[in-house]
Design a protein around this ligand. Structure first.
Ligand code: PGA
Length: 254
């Protein structure tokens, strides 16, 4: 059985004080259950502070994006080795906000995925359709394109030890969650697409659901066969809310 991963994407929120308080709160209430992992992805300036707090604990650290380049004249960018130097094990790539607001193409996202993967940082590849896509029946085509860019660049084996997050854009920050059946259908499509290329990779890859996950809908989502945890935005900013989602994971496993 795959482990469940509960990942918090803090986005551009917080301060030093808030980061410290939030991590202390999560550490104080983290479930000890086997098979449930927890991860926080703070903004870059707070990575070192959070790394200090999570060292020696089961709470893991990740970043929200990374440069596809190793080093050099890329003002404002942060490299894979800098993230590793600051205690990160994971990095989110291709979040829909970066695709839509910052113009990241699937090819750029694939390059970031490859840079992370080849250095041993676990990429969390975000994929997901807009409401227009869904209503036009284009959900699978959009996912196929986003996933396909990574497969074309790095092969299906690149998903060994990687994570995928299915985040329907219409569910992000809207309070409108995909139903467990709607999410499961897309997760099964993603796993099936990979299975056609590499069955063992498809079986092992964690596929998270993201989009308005809360304490009261988490257990039903995580109980679905192909949903292996969640990528949480708004509800990851308060320890009690994030921990309620972790309890949903515990319930889904029992
Ligand atoms: P949300 O965000 O939980 O606030 O909907 C999820 C995400 O964007 O990763």
């Amino acid at each position: 059985m795959r482990d469940l991963l509960i990942a918090g994407n803090w986005k551009m929120n917080g301060s030093s004080a808030m980061s410290a308080e939030l991590v202390d709160g999560i550490l104080a209430g983290m479930p000890a259950a086997a098979g449930i992992r927890m991860l926080v992805c703070p903004p870059f300036p707070y990575l070192a502070l959070v790394a200090g707090k999570v060292a020696g604990t089961r709470l893991m650290l990740g970043a929200q994006t990374v440069s596809e380049h190793e080093s050099g004249a890329f003002t404002g960018e942060v490299s894979v080795s800098m993230l590793q130097d600051n205690g990160c094990r994971y990095v989110i790539v291709g979040h829909s906000e970066r695709r839509s607001l910052l113009g990241e193409s699937s090819d750029v996202v694939a390059a970031k995925f490859g840079a992370a993967r080849s250095a041993g940082l676990v990429p969390i590849l975000c994929v997901g359709e807009t409401l227009d896509d869904r209503e036009a029946g284009r959900t699978e085509a959009v996912i196929a394109e986003q996933l396909g860019a990574v497969v074309d660049a790095h092969g299906a084996t690149a998903f060994r030890d990687a994570v995928i997050a299915y985040e329907p854009v219409w569910a992000i920050g809207t309070g409108r969650t995909a139903t467990p059946d709607q999410a499961q259908a897309v997760h099964a499509y993603i796993r099936g697409t990979l299975a056609a290329l590499d069955a063992s990779v498809a079986k092992a890859v964690q596929i998270l659901y993201g989009g308005s996950v809360k304490g009261d809908n988490a257990a039903a989502l995580f109980a679905m066969r192909d949903i292996d945890g969640g990528l949480i935005g708004g509800a990851s900013l308060k320890a009690a809310d994030f921990l309620a989602i972790a309890q949903g994971a515990v319930a889904a496993r029992n």
